[in-house]
Design a protein around this ligand. Structure first.
Ligand code: FAD
Length: 306
């Protein structure tokens, strides 16, 4: 039976970084992932990853893959369905039936942004429709912007975008907001922010670029066209950690709770990146957490003296 020191689940920035660090500690490492790059592959313009000036997310993912090959990480294109405890070991079971025995697991399955599922959303994604204000706020300089959502993410985005954009509409389907009162008050303090409540976007419209959103007022059922140039969808993220079910503690959003060494509540299982309860979702942060997880896994294996 082959036994890996560490099985890394996910090939986004967190998983790639964890794999590089694990190999440099001479750990026998398997990286199981659907693809290399994760959400970076959806990023047309990445301007805040230190040292990377080429901007294209596809290019960064290519470099990830190149570096993984250089350090000879064993990469398996598959999806982990379940992680089980087998005596002192873990067993990762994949959808294609493969099984991997290992001394430690680093889960880096990432997340995905919830969608509105309206016409125009896919068509203009990355060129007028965005999901990350921290990433794309500079594109809104002097523009008219719509932010969709009523939670903390939407209000944090509106707060940031109000500093760049000429006008920000915050569109929410309810009359009240889930966001913290202090954030709501801060956003209300921006003279260029207008709240549109009890309304939903039915369509994102435009010819070559976003020109407006079609809104429906949920009380009057009236439809009206609101001219905007950028739309930020901030209605939450989904984290899928079914394969760790019952093994690790998660928070109310389903994110894996970790300590500062990326340790989960289960000894030997580490987690890094957007799968965790850290509130910031950025490539560099995931990569940093991945590195910490690999070093902590190395210490764990060394101390356990397998
Ligand atoms: C449109 C867009 C623009 C962005 N722009 C920027 C930007 O400009 N700057 C920036 O820093 N960040 C940006 N981000 C955010 C950044 O991409 C993420 O924060 C980062 O990719 C998260 O890395 P991660 O490794 O934690 O997870 P992910 O990138 O989500 O990677 C997770 C990986 O795990 C795999 N996986 C999931 N479940 C399983 C399983 N069960 N078995 C095997 N594999 C699995 C996935 O297929 C994926 O490869 C952007 C995100 C989006 C969507």
């Amino acid at each position: 039976m082959e036994i890996y020191d560490v099985v890394i689940i996910g090939g986004g920035p967190a998983g790639v970084s964890a794999a590089i660090y694990a190999k440099r500690k001479l750990l026998r490492t398997a990286l199981i992932t659907k693809e290399i790059g994760g959400q970076v592959l959806l990023t047309s313009n990445i301007e805040n990853y230190p040292g990377f000036v080429e901007r294209s997310g596809m290019k960064l993912a290519e470099y990830f893959e190149q570096q993984l090959k250089e350090v000879e990480v064993e990469i398996f294109e598959d999806t982990v369905r379940e992680v089980r405890i087998e005596g002192k070991m873990f067993k990762a079971i994949c959808e294609e039936g493969r099984e991997f025995y290992c001394k430690s697991v680093i889960a880096t399955g990432g997340g995905s942004h919830k969608k509105l599922n309206v016409p125009g959303e896919e068509e203009f994604f990355g060129r007028g429709v965005y999901v990350c204000a921290t990433c794309d706020a500079p594109l809104t300089k002097n523009k008219i912007v719509a932010v969709v959502g009523g939670g903390n993410a939407a209000f944090q985005s509106a707060d940031l975008l109000a500093r760049y954009a000429a006008k920000v509409y915050l569109i929410h389907r309810r009359g009240e907001f889930r966001a913290d009162g202090i954030l709501v008050n801060r956003v209300k303090g921006h003279a260029n922010v207008e709240m549109i409540t009890n309304a939903v976007i039915r369509e994102i419209r435009g010819k070559d670029r976003v020109e407006s959103v079609l809104l429906e007022n949920l009380e009057s059922r009236q439809l009206f066209d609101l001219p905007v140039q950028k739309v930020f969808i901030e209605i939450g993220k989904e984290v899928k950690v079914d394969y760790l079910k019952g093994l690790v503690q998660t928070n109310e959003y389903g994110q894996v709770i970790v300590d500062r060494l990326q340790r989960t509540s289960r000894e030997g299982i580490f987690a890094a990146g957007e799968i965790t309860d850290l509130p910031y979702g950025q490539a560099i942060i995931s990569a940093g957490q991945g590195a910490v997880a690999a070093l902590a896994a190395f210490d764990y294996i060394s101390e356990k003296k397998y």
